[in-house]
Design a protein around this ligand. Structure first.
Ligand SMILES: NC(=O)C1=CN([C@@H]2O[C@H](COP(=O)(O)OP(=O)(O)OC[C@H]3O[C@@H](n4cnc5c(N)ncnc54)[C@H](OP(=O)(O)O)[C@@H]3O)[C@@H](O)[C@H]2O)C=CC1
Ligand SMILES: O=C(O)[C@@H]1CCC=N1
Length: 269
């Protein structure tokens, strides 16, 4: 990777990408970042040794522009940016909801755009980054995008029509697991355990279950059945989960997340 990459709107996701690029061996001189607040820019300069520039400068100086502002801020960013982006740049959007066509309408004709939905495990190099090409993005642009996201986890290409679902499952996915861990830790308190003890047990159960899911290749039903002894403890809990409609709640929850992603298509509020 010899080209300059700029991260525009370097918040949580943007910073994680900067740190991933540097850990993957990209020299700090080839990474530019932009921030809205001067104190944030100073923090990023100090922490990573990268150059901070304004959005227009980033567009002129970098070959690849990664846009990591909130969907609601994308309109303002594009107004600032679009006049300075030539069609030989690659524009990667990390925003939920906003389609590649929205960017293509605002950028110079023919500018390649790639949409990526990553997730916060980007911070521990365990992200899933789901990638779709816009209408002018070629195989080479997709490979360049994968080169940026592979150091921070796995990548998967999908048709853009699947991106709102990917946002519901994968982009938001870690939050559902954190929510479960939080609720299960509370259950430990209810059962009389000290919070720290309950948290240690539940987090390790989550890590163990995750590694089994990823590395065994077994279907989750099979893994759950292996825990569920006849007339045992697990089935007593599963009955309560079914009685409370937890499976149906997951279906509705992810559908709501997908719908919200669709609503964000035009940088919606
Ligand atoms: N958080 C998550 O789990 C995931 C988020 N995403 C997507 O990633 C994007 C970023 O999310 P996240 O990192 O959580 O959000 P953050 O709010 O942490 O980061 C966005 C950053 O953009 C800055 N910003 C806004 N407008 C401008 C501008 N015009 N010029 C320069 N900087 C600007 C903000 O500045 P300021 O600090 O001043 O507000 C902020 O630092 C969103 O589009 C979201 O949909 C995708 C996958 C997962
Ligand atoms: O909640 C959100 O809108 C962002 C996108 C996916 C995860 N977080």
């Amino acid at each position: 990777m010899t080209q300059r990459v700029a991260v525009l709107g370097t918040g949580k996701i943007g910073e994680a990408l900067v740190s991933g690029l540097l850990r993957a061996g990209k020299p700090p001189a080839e990474v530019l970042v932009t921030a809205r607040r001067p104190e944030r820019a100073a923090e990023l300069r100090e922490r990573y040794g990268v150059e901070t520039v304004d959005n227009a400068e980033a567009a002129k100086a970098a070959d690849t522009l990664i846009l990591t502002v909130k969907p609601q801020d994308m309109g303002t960013l594009l107004e600032e940016l679009a006049p300075h982006v030539s069609a030989d740049r690659l524009v990667i959007s990390g925003a939920a909801g906003v389609p590649t066509a929205w960017f293509e309408e605002r950028l110079a004709p023919g500018t390649p755009v790639v949409r990526v939905m990553t997730n916060t495990p980007v911070l521990v190099d365990e992200a899933m980054s789901v990638i779709s090409a816009g209408s002018h993005a070629t195989e080479a642009h997709l490979l360049r995008t994968e080169e940026i996201f592979k150091p921070v986890g796995r990548t998967l290409r999908v048709p853009e029509s699947q991106q709102d679902a990917a946002t519901a499952l994968s982009g938001s996915g870690p939050a559902y697991f954190f929510f479960l861990v939080e609720a299960m830790t509370d259950a430990g308190i209810l059962l009389g355990l000290p919070r720290a003890v309950a948290a240690e047990m539940i987090v390790q159960a989550a890590v163990g279950a995750s590694v089994m899911l990823r590395d065994s290749g077994e279907h989750p039903v099979k893994l759950r059945e292996a825990v569920t002894s006849p007339a045992g403890t697990t089935i007593a809990a599963i009955r309560e989960l079914e009685n409370h409609g937890v499976r149906a709640a997951m279906l509705s929850a992810l559908e709501a997340a997908r719908n919200r992603s669709q609503e964000l298509a035009s940088g919606g509020k």
